[in-house]
Design a protein around this ligand. Sequence first.
Ligand code: MV4
Length: 688
Amino acid sequence: MFKKILIANRGEIACRVAATARRLGIKTVAVYSEADANAKHVAVCDEAVLIGPAAAKESYLRGDKIIAVAKATGAQAIHPGYGFLSENAEFADACAEAGLVFIGPPASAMRAMGSKSAAKSLMEKAAVPLVPGYHGDNQDADFLNREADRIGYPVLLKASAGGGGKGMRVVENSAAFKDALASCKREAISSFGDDKVLAEKYLQRPRHIEIQVFADTLGNCIYLFERDCSVQRRHQKVLEEAPAPNMTDERRAAMGDAAVAAAKAVGYVGAGTVEFIANQDGSFYFMEMNTRLQVEHPVTEMITGTDLVEWQLRVAAGEPLPKKQDELRIHGHAIEARIYAENPEKGFLPSIGTLRHLETPQAVNFELGGTLANGLGHPAAVRIDSGVREGDAISPFYDPMIAKLIVWGADRKQALARMSQALAQYQIVGLAANIAFLKRLVEGEAFATADLDTGLIERNHDALFPAAQPAAEGALALAAVALIEAEKDASAAQSGTNAADPWGQALGWRMNTAYTRSLSFTDDYTAAQPAKAYNVQITYRDADWLFNRPASADTHPERLSLMSQQGTDFSIKLGDTAWHGSVRRDGDVFHVFTGGAHYALAYNDPMAHAGETEAEGGRLTAPMPGKVVAVLAEKGKDVKKGDALVIMEAMKMEHTISAPHDGVVEEVLYAVGDQVADGAPLLAFRAA
Ligand code: MV4
């Protein structure tokens, strides 16, 4: 076995590979770009070497630099992960020339599977089922048109050099063939530099079912069953599961045998995936072979109790496969959801930024070889593979995946329930994420009943993209309580030694005056819809509050009380209903996580904004005529943006004047009880 390997990747897969290496006592060398100097994968490896600027072309795709680092650090082998150099035959050759083991298939196998039409010819010889079609060299338009007529419409034209759905055209009838061919060839030449196309029978409502194969250098080749990856969006997988729902043992064996035949036909070694499209009737056809470890490999690990990275390392070191075909069984069901920094409501636009707050489900993180919760070698029913931690950034340079959430259940129903629960526990603040979308997807009728095909998301568009719902009353009440309690804490902290000051006790101070205060929130980063505004009235009472929504139709004040608070977790009672939730404050935005939903409520403090416009001049002014009821600011004291400085009472409401920036209070111009005129400066303030 290797003593030291280099991991030529970043993010979750680099961390994933490092975890297995560590467990096997293999030292790891990370490579990283300038953007990744503080990345998790750098932290989890034993050594790390900077290889270039953020752009992948200048760093993670620089095979020459990576090989030089491997030589310099004494690594014996290179694990390429997925993406980047993982399917680059030239890189595999260059590794061999440098005396390094490429942890992946032989370059010849990658090349053989690189061209669609050449691969199909090989598969045909190996008796792997192919979609009825033509994949030969004759590219004459009349000839291809006759072939399409023979195949029968609809026909699908595909760029031979293509992949990932690019360069495909559906042709409905013979009359439309030549125009479609010309346009397909134009796209093929501009996208892939090769205008060769193939024609296939077009399958309606197909499923994407892939078989995990593994081969060693001793001539053994086996399959580790299938994954159903039908739930995709623009050829990006969203959910993957194993085993495939409604698969029979006979069909599984037939697909497994076909996949092994495909791998053997190209002299495959290592981990590979043979992709099939399957008709609803169960017939299946070879599509392509992915000559790498795939993103979704954990669902296979979960149901087979294997560590596929360990298998890769053993095979690359010349050892035999750890298991034989008849030693493999399917245990239970696993589902993976890809958690992305993206905004489903805005066309899945990637969301760039910092993970200001990240709380993952109650998962025992994947500790390879831990105790068995599912009887298999996996410590948990919930596994999270991630390359980022709280405080890390999702940058524009790389794939914006935050994590893979993988759950295991004794059956599909249990796995689904666990997925739903885990998604409800996921808390992400700082960027838009696809959690709510995934939750709707796994809880939706189509996925729950395994009515799977590659069009599932499009077909269920209305259910998956419902009109924005107004924030739940309980979410608003939780935000209000969190706001009031935070003000109390801030006030207590600010008064410090001055504990005798009645205004230092708390801001909810006026116990007997039934003081009413108006709070205004708006939806924050909720998508395409215009933000809704919520006005909440809070009336302070001895031991609780009254909560009212003046704008809502049948308005009546409800009793609101704080039952308990532990850090950012609140239990409140609104009327007769108890609400539990976490409230995370990010600047002016209160992120309320309750009932499995995430509400981002921006608090609009009119005083803070009034102050903001005035602050350039160094002053904060009274928004209207009124009386000063509390002065929290002290001359010469440093304050943070948002700290309450002065509280005024005007028009029977209280108004908090807060620091518009971090800075220093240079002068306090009024005392408690003073009347102030509209627009009067209250403080002299200098921004830091
Ligand atoms: C097809 C097909 C229907 N009929 N071939 C898309 C990407 C490429 N790997 C193969 N693809 C397809 N080939 C025939 N003859 C439908 C697709 C297809 C698809 C396949 C797998 C997963 C998602 C897909 C989404 C749209 C179309």
